[in-house]
Write a protein that binds this ligand. Structure first.
Ligand SMILES: Cc1ncc(COP(=O)(O)O)c(C=O)c1O
Length: 480
């Protein structure tokens, strides 16, 4: 068949006419998908292995036409999708692939440039510099602040701790990790990406100390101080603290100002993981979440979490770019670049190649504007307060952590239920509510108890969806 839809013959790419035709079809399909996503079950009902079993075991020998490929996408791939775009998606940290963000991604794919060096696409480097400076201003952080986009907060934190080691003048480049015992500190509520980074950097899991938290799940600065003193007395060198602004479990905010004073006194690097909650500082009445961060050495904020930028887009800021460069830059003849006074972003991280991620961030910041972003973040926090009040006022549910942002931690705990029964009831409630296909919540443990987490971060989630989630929880709990 050669009606313009047949796979490209010969040696070239897909013909432009065919690309145009399917491009239009796909944009239309994505628009319809986003309009109708609520009709699909939010949590995929696929069983392990289902998707793999539906697919051929080897790639086709001859090319296939796009119509067949798209039909297989519908029949075989979509059933295995958990719809993060669904308004009932309230698990983990809910995110948004916003319209302007998706369009930015499309252009990024179309251009397919690699911004490893300034000259390998000057706009990649310079738009990254400009958008990250815009974001810095929105976050209320002072200049100078070097920023770069990475894939995830996990990479950003790994890079920050690698920079911390250079900052401490430990000669990693030539001599490797060596015999010196180093310690990193974070709270007991910090994300596991800190553990991974410390292990990856060769410090071992013993190289990380989890400092206990207070009644609001914030790192105890007094216990941090005593842990540092104990380590020094034992001959261990305190290297860095990772403070969290918006912990994964309860979105608690560590006392960054107090922690930064300790770090300054001890000559330690302070990295702040604000990957979820940092963007809240764009909202004037929430600016306090980043209080003290101006004294940190590095900070991670993820626009792909709560700033409507499609995954992936994490921003690493540092006041010490020379330390970051010392961790990663190597002189490579093939990548010699004659331009002076430019930034070559490959020098600031592990990967050489880099996607044009700032384009989608630029689209999102321009399309919504600062006021539009503030309005949307405020709305998410208002919805979270509705859920928080409901849990507080309910006889059967209780609120398990303060709600300052857009995530609510609560549990089913009617009078007379013993702790082990309450745990089992919450686990069952979570399972049943998620099986409804209308909402997807996640669970975690808080102070040893099984709890439920409802996170709002999706632009398609409205009050109607939040009310329905509460109704479902109540109805399902009654039937337990
Ligand atoms: C506080 C915190 N830090 C880091 C991460 C890791 O984020 P990423 O998936 O971007 O690596 C998460 C993930 O949810 C998180 O909640």
């Amino acid at each position: 068949m050669d009606d313009g839809t047949a796979p490209a013959r010969g040696t070239g790419d897909m013909p432009a006419e065919e690309f145009r035709r399917y491009g239009h079809i796909l944009v239309e399909r994505i628009a319809r998908y986003l309009e109708d996503v609520e009709r699909s079950p939010v949590l995929s009902r696929a069983q392990p292995g289902d998707i793999r079993a539906s697919l051929p075991r080897a790639a086709p020998r001859t090319g296939e036409d796009m119509a067949t490929i798209l039909a297989d996408f519908d029949d075989k791939i979509l059933p295995g999708i958990t719809h993060w775009n669904h308004p009932g998606f309230m698990a983990y940290f809910a995110i948004t692939g916003s319209g302007p963000g998706i369009l930015g991604e499309l252009l990024t794919a179309g251009l397919n440039v690699n911004g490893m060096l300034w000259r390998s696409s000057p706009a990649v480097t310079e738009l990254e510099e400009v958008t990250l400076d815009w974001l810095r201003q929105l976050l209320g952080l002072p200049e100078p602040l070097f920023g770069e986009i990475t894939d995830t907060a996990s990479s950003s934190t790994l890079y920050a701790l690698a920079a911390a080691r250079e900052f401490a003048a430990i000669d990693i480049h030539q001599r490797g990790v060596g015999a010196q015992r180093l310690r990193v500190y974070c709270s007991a509520e910090a994300h596991s990406s800190v553990d991974k980074a410390v292990i990856t950097l060769g410090l071992g899991s013993d190289g990380l100390r989890h400092v206990p938290v207070d009644e609001r799940f914030r790192m105890r600065a007094d216990l941090l101080e005593s842990a540092i003193a104990d380590d020094k007395a034992a001959g261990i060198r305190p290297l860095a603290v990772v403070a969290t602004v918006g912990t994964t479990g309860t979105t608690s905010i560590d006392p960054v100002a107090k922690i930064s004073a300790i770090c300054e006194r001890e000559g330690m690097w302070l990295h702040v993981d604000a990957s979820y909650a940092g963007v809240a500082a764009i909202v004037p009445e929430k600016r306090y979440v980043l209080a003290g961060v101006e004294r940190a050495h590095s900070l991670v904020v993820n626009p792909h979490k709560w700033l409507f930028v499609p995954i992936d887009c994490s921003v690493l800021y540092t006041r010490e770019p020379a330390a970051l460069k010392a961790a990663f830059a190597l002189p490579l003849e093939i990548l010699y670049t004659p331009e002076a006074g430019v930034t070559n972003l490959m020098d600031y991280g592990m990967s050489l190649g880099r996607r044009f991620r700032s384009l989608k961030l630029w689209f999102v910041l321009r399309y919504f504007g600062a006021d539009g972003i503030v309005a949307r973040l405020r709305e998410h926090m208002r919805l979270a307060q509705i859920v928080a009040r409901w849990a507080e006022e309910s006889d059967a549910f209780e609120l398990c952590a303060p709600v300052e942002l857009s995530t609510v931690v609560f549990r089913y705990n009617p009078p007379g239920l013993a702790p082990p029964e309450a745990d089992a009831a919450n686990a069952k409630l979570l399972k049943l509510v998620n099986e409804s296909g209308e909402v997807f919540l996640s669970g975690t443990r808080v102070r040893g108890s099984q709890v439920l987490r409802l996170a709002i971060g999706n632009l398609r989630t409205t009050e109607r969806h939040v009310l329905r989630a509460m109704e479902l929880l109540e109805q399902t709990a009654k039937g337990l």
